[in-house]
Design a binder for this molecule. Structure first.
Ligand SMILES: O=C1C[C@@H](O)[C@H](O)[C@@H](O)C1=O
Ligand SMILES: [Co+2]
Length: 301
């Protein structure tokens, strides 16, 4: 069957958002996990509101769900690796207990991701020494992740020092493929560079995890024109689930399958849950995956 080596997940970010804890605060863990089952996904990623490992495992087992991984904000350049390692090990231990596959790392030194500043114009740029510190630090963290049976996947992200295709190239060149893989996020690279395929083609051998995030072009253009922050942008509806925006996921998915990608593809669409009903959008995403991406024969419209 086409796509048999893919595990489909959906991230909690449509229900609750770690960047703005007050939105969707009424959505409990049990509610989220049950919605994920209803929508037909196999797993999710850990959100900031998730409980201790044994409590989470109980809820997962009851629903036959799995954990793909969890985000880790690193400050290797700002704080130095020694200060990062302690928190990193704590998170790896937790992820090992919940039987995750990856730890998702994003360097947040100088990031405007959570600030009220234009995400389109005010991203940080690392100098040569900072790149060296970052790449060496990530190699170390990748080795540590391996001790816990995890793979380190690096998340390129809007408003950070590793955002553009050029910056992703530099990160890939500077890190050890045995220790650092790439998390390919369609939404972030599309918003940054207006194209999803270049980094996919170039780094397919390094991709260890995938986020499927779609973008609404009219909203994106408006956010860019008005110099919106990252949070203002997603609250305005810049992102949505695959099939509801302008990204051609068929081309992306066909390439991943043709190149033998195996692993998680996690639908990740941050929107305001009071505006975009999380279960409705999860169902929409699953329908699109089944009918447009996994179907062998083209669907007539
Ligand atoms: O993977 C992600 C995790 C979020 O915290 C982040 O802000 C989001 O945009 C994303 O892609
Ligand atoms: Co992502």
């Amino acid at each position: 069957m086409r796509g048999q080596d893919i595990a489909w997940g959906i991230a909690p970010i449509g229900w609750r958002n770690d960047d703005i804890p007050e939105i969707g605060a009424g959505n409990t863990l049990q509610h989220l996990l049950s919605d994920i089952v209803v929508a037909g996904f196999e797993g999710t990623e850990v959100g900031g509101f998730f409980p201790e490992a044994h409590l989470l495992n109980k809820e997962l087992q009851l629903r036959n769900l799995r954990i793909a991984g969890q985000w880790f904000s690193s400050f290797i350049i700002r704080d130095g690796l020694d200060r990062v390692i302690g928190q990193f090990r704590t998170q790896c231990r937790y992820l090992q207990e919940v039987k995750a596959d990856v730890i998702v790392v994003s360097e947040q030194t100088g990031s405007v991701q959570g600030l009220d500043r234009s995400v389109f114009a005010e991203k940080p740029e690392f100098d040569d020494a900072e790149w060296k510190t970052l790449c060496e630090g990530l190699n170390e963290l990748g080795g540590i992740a391996g001790e816990y049976g995890l793979r380190l996947v690096y998340h390129h992200h809007m408003g950070t020092g590793v955002q553009t295709a050029e910056e992703i190239d530099r990160l890939m060149e500077g890190t050890d493929p045995a220790r650092v893989q790439l998390l390919y996020d369609t939404g972030h690279i599309f918003v940054s560079d207006g194209d999803c395929m270049t980094i996919l083609r170039k780094h397919i051998g390094r991709i260890g995890h995938v986020h499927f995030k779609d973008a609404r072009l009219n909203v994106l253009d408006d956010c860019r024109r008005n110099g919106r922050s990252f949070m203002q942008s997603f609250l305005s509806g810049m992102f949505t689930v695959p099939g509801d925006g302008c990204i051609d996921f068929k081309e992306v998915f066909d390439f991943l399958i043709a190149e033998g990608y195996k692993g998680w593809i996690v639908v990740e669409a941050e929107q305001d849950p009071d505006v975009a009903h999380p279960l409705e959008y999860a169902l929409m995403a699953r329908r699109y995956i089944n009918e447009r991406l996994l179907a062998q024969t083209p669907i007539q419209t």
